[in-house]
Structures are given as structure tokens and as C-alpha cells.
Design a protein around this ligand. Structure first.
Ligand SMILES: [Zn+2]
Length: 379
């Protein structure tokens, strides 16, 4: 996620950490809550000690959020998924994971790593809590107590079954395993999220109304309303993405073929290819054939590697991408498989074969053009 005004504060293990100004609001709020909460402790602290406690608790809590996000990032990286950055903002932290996990079990590991890290931190601060209490070091005791509870709550909050939060991802992985379709699982997970988010909003409003007269801190009940609103909006985005993915799962690659595929004999010189074929019939890619057999693909950009004075004597065979070095796909595959092949191999065109014969090529653009046409053709 790249929010505007995010300030980069550093990077760890090649992963950038950024802070969005909205984070300062939660920092101040948490510091104030810890300051206020410290008056309820069994032992008295001075005003200055309470101020220092509030500021330190809030800072260490956000360091804990960063640890939580790093846990996600490291597991994702071990699964070969690239990580963009980690951003702290109004609702805590978020690690930008640039690709969806490849399998339900990968997703469970990746999503579970964050809450697991939070529970480990909670246990670690719990140890400090016991030690400081035994030593009667009251300030440290209060600090460790807040951080133990804070991290436990952070872990639990993230396990709420609201996609795309960690708990929601674990739910989706379970549905994915059962339904055998990531897109359908995402649709269901988004539906569950919108219910959870609505309940959170209603509970917050109900609590605020009920405690309005009796509790001076009634406005804190509005936090679940804000968070519920955020989760609800995120569930709508996920549901839309799921609909697109589902349409891609249901569309065959043969519906996304490039309109035409022009064949070029393998011995055609680069200059003849550019001057007659490309000029006469511009296309993204051309099939190179030898004796009527498909042997590779050539695009205009491939000719850039040949010095101009050699164009007449260089056959297209020498500059094409040979078929054996190219990923390909069967005509019975779905459009989503073609899209993941294109992304996985970072290629622009993917040849489509049916029973060994070339039917045409698909590209990112032809797939989304077919999807858009389908979207307008359906009510
Ligand atoms: Zn998380």
C-alpha cells in the first residue's frame, strides 16, 4: 500500500518502513490512554512517570506492530512472494504483499505468522512483567503489563474473520481448500467480512448510546464503528476483485486470443520482416514457421538487438524467441491460468495450443479486453 504523504523512516532487510501522518493521531491516543490507564494501577506513579510511561508504551506498541508486519513479510518472502513496504497508519500497520499466496497452506502460514509474532511478544513482555514485579520496579512493571496486554489484544484483533485481515485470510484459505477456487473463497470471505464489520459498527453504536450518560469515556466505543467502516469498505474491494478473478476462472483462453496471428517463414530476413510484414500488418507478435511447423514468436522489439547493417543477412529465426524457451498453454485452460503464466514468466505473449497445433496468442491486454467485452455483454 502506498498512501500519499507517507514518510520513509528506514528499511530492515531490504523492506522499507514508512509512517503516514495519520499514525501520529493513534500514537497520541494510545499514549493518552496508557497515561490515563496508569492511574488505575495498584501502585502510585508520579505525573512525570505516567507521561513517560504513556509515550513509551505507545512507541513500543508500534514497534510491536512493525514486528507483526515483518513476520508476515518474512514468511511471504520465503514463499517467493515479493514485498513492497511496511506502512504504519491510522489503523495500525500493513505490509504490502505484492502477489497472492500460491496455495491455501501458504496463505495460512503467511496470515498466521503476524498474530503468532504478537502472541510471542506478549509472552516475552509477560516474562518482564513477572521479573519487574518481583523486583518491585513499578514503572517497568506497568510498562510490561501494558505491552503484554497490548500485544495479546493486537494478535486477537487481527484474528477477526474480516478479509483481508489475518483472520479473514485464514478463513479464506479454509474455504479455498474446500471450494478448490480461490476466487469463490474470496467472495465468501468478503461476505463474512461485511457481516463482521456490520456487527462491529452496530455494537459500537449500541455501546456508545448505552454508556452515554453513565461513562465519561463513552466516545471510545466509536472506535469499533470507525474500524468496522474501514473493514466494510475493504470487504467491498475484495468482493469486486473476487468477481473479476471468478470471471477469469470461468473464461477460456480461446475467448481471449489475439484477433489474428500472422505467420512468418523462418528464413525471412529481418529487413523484409520489418519493411513488408510489420508495415503491412502491424501486430504485437508473429508466429515463426518452418515447413509449416511453429518454431517461435517474433515481435518488432526483438529486431532491436540486430545492427541495422546486418538486417538483410539475418533471418528472423535468429532473433525470435524459440518455442522451447517459451511457456505455453493448452486451449482448454482458463484465462486466469494464462494470466498467472504471463506474470510468472514475465512474458508478453503466451502461445495457445490445441492438440499440438498453434491456435494463437494471448496477452494481458487481450485477456482484459475479452473480460471487459463479457462484462458489458452480460446484464
Ligand atoms: Zn497481520
Amino acid at each position: 500500500m502506498r498512501l500519499r504523504w507517507t514518510v520513509r523512516i528506514g528499511s530492515i532487510a531490504g523492506i522499507e518502513i514508512g509512517v503516514h501522518p495519520s499514525w501520529l493521531i493513534v500514537y497520541a491516543l494510545f499514549a493518552y490512554s496508557a497515561f490515563e490507564g496508569s492511574s488505575l494501577l495498584d501502585f502510585p506513579l508520579s505525573h512525570a512517570q505516567r507521561v513517560a510511561l504513556g509515550l513509551t508504551v505507545s512507541l513500543l506498541l508500534f514497534a510491536s506492530v512493525v514486528v507483526h508486519e515483518f513476520a508476515h513479510a518474512f514468511v511471504a518472502r520465503r514463499q517467493g512472494i515479493p514485498i513492497g513496504n511496511i506502512t504504519l497508519f491510522l489503523f495500525g500497520g500493513v505490509a504490502t504483499i505484492l502477489r497472492e499466496p500460491g496455495s491455501p497452506s501458504d496463505e495460512v502460514w503467511m496470515a498466521g505468522a503476524g498474530p503468532l509474532a504478537s502472541f510471542c511478544l506478549s509472552a516475552l513482555f509477560g516474562l518482564f512483567w513477572l521479573v519487574f514485579r518481583a523486583l518491585r520496579f513499578e514503572w517497568g512493571w506497568a510498562l510490561a503489563e501494558f505491552l503484554t496486554l497490548g500485544n495479546a489484544l493486537l494478535g486477537l484483533f487481527n484474528l477477526l474473520p474480516a478479509f483481508p485481515s489475518d483472520g479473514g485470510r485464514i478463513v479464506r484459505a479454509a474455504l479455498w481448500r474446500t471450494l478448490k477456487s480461490q476466487a469463490r473463497a474470496t467472495g465468501f470471505a468478503a461476505l463474512i467480512s461485511s457481516v463482521v464489520a456490520s456487527l462491529l459498527i452496530l455494537a459500537g453504536i449500541a455501546f456508545a448510546i448505552l454508556s452515554y450518560h453513565s461513562d465519561p469515556n463513552w466516545s471510545f466505543a466509536l472506535w469499533p464503528v470507525v474500524i468496522g467502516g474501514f473493514l466494510f469498505q475493504a470487504s467491498l474491494v475484495s468482493a469486486r476483485q473476487a468477481r473479476i478473478n471468478l470471471a477469469l476462472e470461468r473464461m477460456s483462453v480461446t475467448e481471449c486470443l489475439s484477433p489474428k496471428l500472422i505467420s512468418v517463414p523462418a528464413e525471412t530476413s529481418v529487413s523484409a520482416f520489418v519493411s513488408s510484414i510489420v508495415v503491412g500488418d502491424p501486430s504485437a507478435a508473429y508466429a515463426v514457421v518452418d515447413d509449416g511447423r511453429f518454431i517461435g514468436l517474433i515481435a518488432v522489439r526483438d529486431t532491436g538487438a540486430v545492427p541495422h547493417n546486418l538486417w538483410d543477412v539475418t533471418p528472423v529465426r535468429a532473433v525470435m524467441t524459440p518455442a522451447h524457451r517459451m511457456p505455453s498453454i493448452n486451449a482448454d485452460a482458463a484465462a486466469c491460468d494464462a494470466l498467472s503464466q504471463l506474470e510468472l514468466h514475465t512474458v508478453r505473449e503466451l502461445p495457445v495450443f490445441e492438440g499440438g497445433s498453434l491456435m494463437g496468442t494471448v496477452t494481458h491486454d487481450t485477456i482484459f479486453a475479452a473480460l471487459a467485452k463479457k462484462g458489458t455483454a452480460q446484464p
